[in-house]
Design a protein around this ligand. Structure first.
Ligand code: UT7
Length: 330
């Protein structure tokens, strides 16, 4: 029997207009442009002044659907990766469904932090491969500015707001599409990157607010050590499983947390820097949005071609990490 293969058939993205530069952060915390650029690769990031995470997703999805020439009513499934949902419930996927008018779809959120998009696209692939659904929208969006403490220099320099989306459909050509995926998690990472306030462990109270529990906490050094190994390992693993060498890969599409982590992954894969999608300089770490934001920017610039091999790779809170091998289909 012919194998049903899922393919990315459209992409879209959105970044808010307001830029928060390193120079502006210098006025807010004890930091400097030189430190931020050399330690992270970030020069500026975007901030959504009004609205919520779903408002980052709506224009990204609209671009994605317009690009494919289909209406929202044709969407079967919405999978929304985020750590900054509009609310605990309903799911931001349902909020998005209403905002775009995807009346026929069902939707749910995925919580896997910076690996959210890699997890979500792997899930979406299953819905297509089983033959159950034909049009799956996979969204990664985060309004990180809602949970960043702009008095904490360890984290406020890193994060930004953005949204990205891809459409998955059955591939017309079995050799093109999502070819493989590897996902991992390790709960011991929970001590190093978290937001402790607001959930059932620490329901909102004056004390949780006073203790800043509704902000991101990260032990950067600890996370760096495992991220640099984890993202490189899983990228190398997916290449080995598919008998691919560095020269066979056209694009590495890495989660944008730190340029040094991206460089280490590219080195491990034997890739020239010209084959690595990097926009961390402009947007910082936009959590679930980084990978679809890269895909959409590069596709719209005409740089991704049908038949090319892409490795999507991420590492984030949980810990969660993973990689997806894509042979570009459109
Ligand atoms: O996306 C989810 C996964 N997250 C990641 O992958 C992030 C992983 N971690 C990182 O990317 C890096 O650890 C950071 C960029 C967060 C920090 O870089 P680092 O090279 O690990 O710096 P550090 O935390 O070891 O700090 C080095 C020094 C310290 O000063 P001392 O103790 O050497 O005097 C810090 O206090 O830099 C200081 N520092 C800063 N200086 C200026 C920390 N933050 C800043 C800052 N500006 N914003």
């Amino acid at each position: 029997m012919k194998k049903l293969r899922a393919a990315i058939t459209s992409v879209g993205h959105y970044v808010p207009e307001k830029i928060l530069s390193n120079a502006e952060l210098e006025k807010m915390v004890e930091t400097n442009d030189e430190w931020i650029r050399t330690r992270t690769g970030i020069s500026e990031r975007r901030v959504l002044e009004n609205g919520a995470t779903s408002d980052l997703a709506v224009p990204a999805v609209q671009m994605c659907l317009k690009n494919r020439g289909i209406s929202p009513e044709e969407i079967d499934v919405i999978i929304f990766a985020t750590v900054t949902p509009d609310m605990f419930f309903p799911a931001t996927a349902c909020v998005l469904q209403e905002k775009i008018g995807a009346k026929k779809a069902f939707g749910f959120d995925v919580s896997a932090a910076c690996s959210g998009f890699v997890y979500a696209i792997t899930l979406g692939t299953q819905f297509i491969e089983t033959g159950a659904y034909k049009k799956v929208l996979v969204v990664g969006a985060d309004k990180m500015s809602a949970i960043v403490d702009y008095t904490d220099r360890n984290t406020c320099i890193l994060f930004g707001d953005a949204g990205g989306a891809v459409l998955l459909e059955p591939s017309e050509d079995e050799s093109l599409g999502i070819l493989d995926h590897r996902l991992y998690s390790d709960g011991t990472g929970g001590d190093f990157l978290y937001m402790k306030g607001g959930g059932s462990l620490n329901p909102p109270s004056h004390a949780t607010v006073d203790n800043k529990l509704h902000y991101i906490y990260q032990d950067g050094k600890a996370v760096f050590k495992v991220a640099v190994v984890g993202m490189a390992d899983v990228s190398a693993e997916i290449m080995e499983r598919n008998n691919l060498k560095g020269e066979d890969i056209d694009w590495l599409v890495p989660h944008q947390a730190n340029l040094r982590i991206i460089d280490a992954t590219a080195n491990r894969m034997g890739l020239d820097k010209s084959k690595v999608m990097i926009n961390i300089n402009k947007y910082g770490n936009t959590t679930a949005a980084t990978i679809p934001l890269c895909l959409s920017e590069w596709w719209h610039a005409g740089k991704i071609k049908k038949g090319q091999n892409l490795v999507l790779a991420s590492f984030g809170a949980g810990y969660t990490w993973g990689a997806v091998l894509v042979k570009w289909a459109y």
